[in-house]
Ligand binder design. Structure first.
Ligand SMILES: [Zn+2]
Ligand SMILES: [Zn+2]
Length: 244
């Protein structure tokens, strides 16, 4: 089994309220410096920078996990991971059908920027990507799983989490892995939320700034591919995630 550093929750210039320097190419460069071998770009309700991000990952021998952080109707953030870019694009069209349908208020939120393969700004996405989409938590997890993907609830100790919004983790949704933020220790998280003892816990950087990119966990995998990654999230065949 191989032990690799990974960061599975990151935002680029496509996510409003981030730094304007956090482009796909710069993210990969920073991750490479930190010996990170598996990366997922999880912009809010969108994957417009995923293709360019995949290109930079493959140039740098990093395993690219197609992903998105979606905000459900209940204002819960969910990380969604998929096997390939086309499936992520299918998921993006479903999410886009359920966006609030407003224009982005650039002065308030900041611009939402799509980059090109030279890592330069290509265009601004004018439709507001931040905020809740009109899909329930249940609909979201069901559709992600129908596409062969896997869902992980984000930052359970913070706002916009399954715990802040519902007060508990619905057992029928069958999550195996849940995320805590980098601001809380595992010990304190388990003390504060004893229900987390039933889950594998993951921590990520949730970076909106290049300087914040860092690995907070190791993945134990037998080869670098999505199916091994999925096994680690599901804790199958000895694949697992251990916090650093
Ligand atoms: Zn979030
Ligand atoms: Zn996030």
């Amino acid at each position: 089994m191989k032990k690799v550093k990974s960061d599975l929750h990151l935002h680029s210039v496509l996510s409003p309220c981030g730094d304007l320097l956090i482009t796909p190419g710069e993210i990969v460069k920073k991750a490479k410096e930190k010996n990170i071998e598996v990366l997922a770009l999880t912009d809010h309700n969108s994957a417009e920078n995923a293709e360019v991000f995949e290109y930079y990952c493959s140039e740098n021998d990093i395993l690219f996990i197609p992903a998105m952080e979606v905000e459900t109707k209940e204002e819960i953030h969910i990380l969604c991971y998929f096997s390939d870019l086309n499936t992520l694009k299918k998921w993006q069209s479903i999410v886009y059908e359920h966006l609030p349908g407003k224009d982005n208020d650039e002065d308030f939120f900041g611009p939402q920027i799509k980059c090109d393969f030279a890592d330069e700004y290509k265009e601004k996405i004018t439709q507001m990507l931040a905020g809740a989409v009109n899909l329930s938590l249940e609909e979201t997890t069901k559709k992600v799983s129908e596409l062969g993907g896997i869902a992980v609830p984000s930052h359970l100790d913070r706002k916009n989490s399954i715990i802040s919004q519902l007060g508990f983790i619905p057992p029928d949704l069958d999550f195996k892995t849940v995320e805590i933020s980098k601001n809380i220790s595992l010990e304190n998280a388990l003390k504060k939320y004893p229900q987390l003892n039933n889950y594998q816990i993951i921590k990520n950087s949730d970076s909106h700034y290049l300087k914040d990119i860092k690995a907070y966990h190791y993945l134990y995998l037998d080869g670098l591919n999505f199916f091994e990654f999925k096994k680690a999230l599901k804790m199958v065949d000895g694949r697992k995630i251990i916090l650093i």
